[in-house]
Design a protein around this ligand. Structure first.
Ligand SMILES: [Zn+2]
Ligand SMILES: [Zn+2]
Length: 271
């Protein structure tokens, strides 16, 4: 089944997994990681929505139609603007405990004031302050949720952000959020790379223990396999060797480095 929607591209990937895609370049052309993948898992009695997207078009009616009478849980993979701005449509959302504060207040998107794209009017009408969900609940590493025939385990993977989480399902999917995808990769300052690599090793180990895991990143292509994690791990390790080629990219207040493999472009935070 495919639900028609002008803003979101909705597809049924498996009996129990829908992918709702949103193009974030609509907001500002500097964002090239299209699409954002919002995932909807359907257990027998509970559904789980992973991220609520950019808040540009109603998402809840689509989700309500797809989940039927199931209870709904809403998780944010992390607090970066392209993932939680639809939270206000849902009464209650979860996010890792490190980022509860980031999504508990109106989200300031005034950095989009100069965007050349017309759709930004939707943010301007809200004075560039996007309201939060009413109730924000904290997630911790190791939390398990039973959706009915599918169990979901939270894996804390700090690095891309302090509260980034990945999700491992009992049905063999690993949702890698922004911790790993092919494309423009946002990294913290160099001194925090050990944290990023540590989170990636954690995921690589999971894949070694469970060879048939499928990886579902929050941006661009899916499913991927463990090669994605290994490519990214090696790529980040190699950044030191490419350090002299860095260029400033002011919109992101970052250093830009193009990976020699062509699979990633890194934006490394300057502060
Ligand atoms: Zn992010
Ligand atoms: Zn993102």
């Amino acid at each position: 089944m495919s639900t028609d929607n002008l803003h979101f591209d909705i597809s049924k990937h498996k009996d129990y997994l829908y992918v709702i895609k949103e193009n974030i370049s609509l907001v500002h052309p500097v964002y090239t990681n299209d699409p954002l993948n919002i995932y909807l898992l359907l257990g027998s009695h509970t559904a789980l929505l992973l991220d609520t997207g950019c808040g540009l078009s109603p998402l809840k009616p689509i989700v309500d139609e797809l989940i039927g009478t199931r209870k709904l849980l809403v998780f944010n993979t992390h607090y970066h603007w392209d993932h939680p701005l639809g939270n206000v449509e849902f009464g209650e959302v979860y996010i890792h405990e490190n980022e509860v504060d980031n999504v508990s207040k109106p989200y300031d998107v005034s950095f989009f004031k100069d965007s050349p794209n017309e759709i930004v009017k939707i943010y301007a009408e809200q004075n560039y302050l996007i309201p939060p969900a009413k109730v924000i609940k904290p997630l911790k590493d190791g939390d398990v949720f039973d959706l009915g025939e599918i169990e979901v385990k939270v894996i804390h993977c700090p690095g891309h952000s302090l509260g980034s989480i990945c999700l491992l399902t009992s049905t063999g999917e690993l949702f890698t959020s922004d911790v790993a995808y092919y494309g423009d990769t946002f990294l913290p300052t160099k001194d925090k790379f050990p944290k990023v690599l540590n989170s990636l090793s954690k995921l690589i180990n999971l894949c070694e223990n469970q060879k048939d895991l499928e990886l579902y990143p929050s941006h661009r292509n899916y499913p991927c396999d463990t090669t994605l994690l290994i490519d990214l791990y090696k790529g980040i390790q190699n950044i030191e060797n490419l350090w002299d080629t860095k260029k400033p990219f002011d919109f992101f207040e970052a250093w830009e480095i193009t990976d020699s493999s062509g699979k990633f472009k890194y934006y490394i935070s300057r502060s």
